[in-house]
Write a protein that binds this ligand. Structure first.
Ligand code: GLY
Ligand code: MN
Ligand code: MN
Length: 465
């Protein structure tokens, strides 16, 4: 965790931005996997971590903005817990560590909330995503879980988004650490990539690196020869010569800052000519982001600059046709790129997605789209120094989508379906790195580059042990 001052300063700023009310920031509880005491690895809520920094389950942070009082609420562990888990800090000690003056037991939370309501204070909370927290909110505030997303405080959401989107120097250091682990994960995958090795083995070894150097993976690892499946979980299928292995994986540091990278590696060690043609378009898109993303530019425009490159290059290969600008407006490129160029990243790999994507990635100037493909763009607004986003262009050949569009004549004036059919079993390619917006441009997060230019990938595959 960071210094006590980091957390007290963050809460002070939050109080200023929110202005009034009683803020409840719910930490997470342990979550059972298949019976109560066999839990998934504990993951603290990111906003709770951002303002209170504590990794213990079963805590709630309370900020009384009007009266300038803060509480850490949680129960002390008892002797049975100590027998199984060892001795841990008291709630009071934890509160002191993050500069919070008051602490209370969980049964006292209702009194704190009821007293505030009796004084006419508004109770502010973020949209909950865990069922146990939804039940607690229902018990405390009488709001049914189905109504809690709408009842969450927009003022609080906007304040949290404003603060968490711009990364400070100490956060960037953490993201650099996550990138180092990500580098090791992907080099492990590329090192193991050869015919006969299963996707599951690759995925497992990649996860092991994340676990060994950080606290966990930042999302379930994608390791697949079916890159066209956006979230292709690793299967027991052995890698086959001639195919492409797409690995999309990231780490979380012990302080829960993330990395998110994707590489698409030829199982045989070299790309075929057909693969190289498509792969190099994705490389061009990936590198283009570095040239054009800087403060003041709309990420929406960067996304569409990449879609333009894809459209022009696929026209050159005969897969697309027609007026490029009209094709872009119609969203014909989404047959090949059905997702956005990138998303904000920080303590959540899709940063703050649970708070509402429209508040994270959009504003009055840039509104989200409902058009297929562009509706998956999670960020569109103007970039600012300190923003961290992923740069993850891809080109995919999704047989079911190709068939669907062909049958319905979707964007038929911009697509050569007969030619596209020649790529039905191609799979998919994505290249992903994380970029930090700087004073006058942007740079990749992480000092070491996982190879992605064709020559570098093939050279690595040739020279590895
Ligand atoms: N791993 C999901 C993503 O790249 O956004
Ligand atoms: Mn990814
Ligand atoms: Mn990503």
């Amino acid at each position: 965790m960071f210094s006590t001052a980091t957390y007290t300063e963050r809460r002070k700023k939050l109080r200023e931005l929110v202005g009034s009310g009683l803020i409840l920031l719910f930490g997470n509880n342990d979550s059972p996997a298949n019976y109560p005491s066999n839990t998934y690895k504990f993951r603290q809520d990111s906003s709770f971590l951002y303002y209170f920094g504590l990794q213990r389950d079963g805590l709630v942070g309370v900020i009384d903005v009007d009266n300038d009082i803060e509480y850490l609420v949680g129960d002390e562990i008892d002797i049975d817990d100590i027998v199984w888990y060892g001795s841990v800090e008291s709630v009071g000690e934890m509160a002191e560590r993050v500069g919070v003056k008051h602490h209370a037991a969980m049964r006292e939370l209702a009194d704190i909330v009821n007293s505030a309501r009796a004084r006419g204070q508004e109770i502010l909370f973020l949209p909950p995503y865990r069922f146990d927290n939804k039940i607690q909110i229902m018990d405390l505030l009488g709001i049914h879980p189905s109504a809690q997303k709408e009842a969450a405080s927009l003022r609080l959401i906007k304040a949290v988004v404003k603060m968490r989107t711009t990364k400070t120097a100490e956060e960037i250091e953490e993201l650099e650490r996550a990138a180092e682990i990500g580098y090791k994960m992907h080099m492990t995958a590329m090192n193991l990539c050869r015919p006969g090795v299963t996707e599951q083995y690759i995925g497992g070894m990649v996860d092991g690196v994340a676990n060994a150097y950080g606290c966990m993976v930042s999302f379930q690892t994608i390791a697949t020869q079916h890159g066209e499946v956006m979230h292709g979980n690793p299967t027991t299928a052995p890698l086959q010569a001639g195919r492409l292995m797409l690995v999309d994986a990231g780490a979380e540091t012990n302080n829960n800052y993330c990395s998110d990278n994707t590489r698409t590696t030829p199982v045989s060690g070299v790309y075929t000519e057909k693969q190289k043609e498509i792969y190099n378009i994705v490389v061009e898109c990936h590198d283009h982001v570095l040239d054009v993303a800087h403060p003041g530019v709309k990420w929406w425009d960067v996304h569409f600059a990449v879609c333009r490159i894809i459209t022009e290059r696929l026209q050159e290969l005969g897969l697309m046709k027609g007026d490029v600008e009209e094709s872009l407006r119609a969203g014909a490129h989404a047959l090949f790129l059905p997702h956005g160029l990138g998303h904000a990243m920080g303590m959540d790999v899709h940063d703050m997605e649970g708070l509402g994507q429209v508040y994270v990635g959009f504003d009055d100037e840039v509104r989200p789209s409902t058009q297929f493909g562009t509706n998956a763009l999670r960020f569109g607004r103007r970039l600012e120094k300190g923003f961290v986003l992923t740069d993850e262009p891809g080109i995919y050949f999704i047989p079911a989508l190709i068939d669907d569009w062909r049958k319905n004549g979707t964007n038929a004036e911009f697509l050569n379906f007969d030619k596209i059919d020649e790529y039905r079993d191609f799979g998919g390619i994505r290249i992903e790195d994380d970029v930090l917006i700087t004073d006058d441009g942007c740079r990749f997060v992480g000092k070491q580059r996982i190879p992605y230019h064709v020559e570098d990938v093939e050279e690595f595959m040739r020279s590895r042990k």
